[in-house]
Design a protein around this ligand. Structure first.
Ligand SMILES: [Zn+2]
Length: 354
């Protein structure tokens, strides 16, 4: 039994290996083991993978929580066998980067199949011959739905350039819609990605060869920069969608398409070199000795009133005397919030609710 990670903490790869009796199904470009496990004894196979982009880690926690629920017997009686790969791109995971050790983005390699990792993933999926797959990623904080932060975005990918709704897509959209209907909470903040066809992405490729799959992109929300809400939602959505029927349902179709442009923190009406401006601040995360550390940078400056934001701080009593540089670690005194060289040294930015 493994302990919980309440804020989706970064788990070193060695720690992840020791957390669970995984099976090693192959090795990455740099010879790191690619881990897998299966739960359930049914005959209906399901595949779930995460960690295709090494700096998108919520999916790993979704998988750990599903395994945990299985250990606790909080798993529905079913005829499913669910197969997991927690990190398909371990070389990127240990670096906390998007791309693999050779600088290739795996999710653009599902036509050329030049990487060991993309070939491994497809071989594994084909061997399982699943009736359904879940492809777990994290999305950037720029996404919102009707001005509300998109804490999760979903996609039933296209299988061809025309974006046609083929019978297999329709059936999957129905099943996902019926799964969404069973979710306890409302769906405010759940978005849908555009179904523009990306022939080199894994989801589109799988659809093109008739393997149904759902993309789940976990995102941030206000006071939840660690994506806890997305983790809880992802776990529930996978369980509910497994058991859902493909009776006609438009709930997925009716989710709003997510939009870009959301800011993280905005200090409004700040006095800055004799003018009044809004200052947008965002957080970058890097790995330092196996721990995620945050650096705050200036994201945008000027009249930002039209852009949705996760947090707003009234800045009319703030006066900044130092020049601010875009995309650079911040050194500035915002009154109650003080940054020095990108680090928050005073004040609260409400990163997490727990
Ligand atoms: Zn991704």
């Amino acid at each position: 039994m493994f302990h919980r990670y309440p804020n989706n903490e970064y788990i070193s790869y060695n720690e992840l290996i020791s957390l669970y009796p995984w099976e090693t199904i192959g090795y990455s470009s740099e010879e790191r083991p690619i881990l897998s496990t299966s739960i359930g004894l049914g005959h209906r196979d399901i595949c779930v993978w995460a960690g295709m982009h090494g700096n998108e880690t919520t999916g790993i926690h979704i998988i750990l929580e599903l395994l945990h629920k299985f250990q606790l017997d909080e798993w529905p009686e079913s005829d499913f066998k669910v197969h997991f790969i927690p990190v398909i791109n371990p070389d990127a995971y240990v670096r906390y980067t998007r791309r693999n050790a050779f600088g290739i983005d795996l999710n653009r390699d599902f036509r050329a199949f030049q990487t060991i990792e993309s070939t491994k993933l497809i071989g594994w999926i084909r061997a399982k011959n699943p009736e359904l797959c879940f492809n777990l990623h994290d999305q950037r904080s720029i996404y919102h739905v009707r001005g509300v932060s998109a804490f999760t975005s979903l996609l039933v990918p296209s299988s061809e350039k025309s974006q046609k709704i083929t019978p297999i897509r329709r059936s999957l959209m129905n099943r996902l819609g019926n799964g969404l209907e069973k979710i306890e909470n409302d769906l405010i903040g759940v978005g849908r990605y555009s179904d523009k066809y990306y022939p080199t992405a894994v989801g589109d490729y799988l659809m093109s060869i008739g393997i149904p799959n759902i993309l789940i992109e976990s995102g941030v929300s206000s006071r939840d920069m660690s994506r806890n809400k997305a983790r809880v939602f992802g776990v529930e959505l996978i369980q509910k969608t497994l058991l859902a029927s493909d009776e006609p349902c438009k709930t997925y179709d009716q989710l709003p398409i997510n939009q870009e442009g959301q800011l993280e923190w905005v200090f409004t009406d700040v006095l800055y070199v004799n003018i009044r401006v809004d200052v947008g601040v965002k957080r970058l995360e890097v790995l330092n000795d196996h721990v995620k550390v945050s650096t705050f940078i200036i994201d945008d400056l000027g009249d930002l009133s039209h852009r949705p934001r996760l947090f707003e701080i009234d800045g009319k009593d703030i006066e900044l005397r130092e020049a601010l540089t875009l995309d650079f670690p911040i050194t500035a005194n915002f009154g109650s919030v003080i940054f020095e060289d990108g680090k928050l040294i005073a004040g609260d930015l409400y990163l997490d609710r727990n």
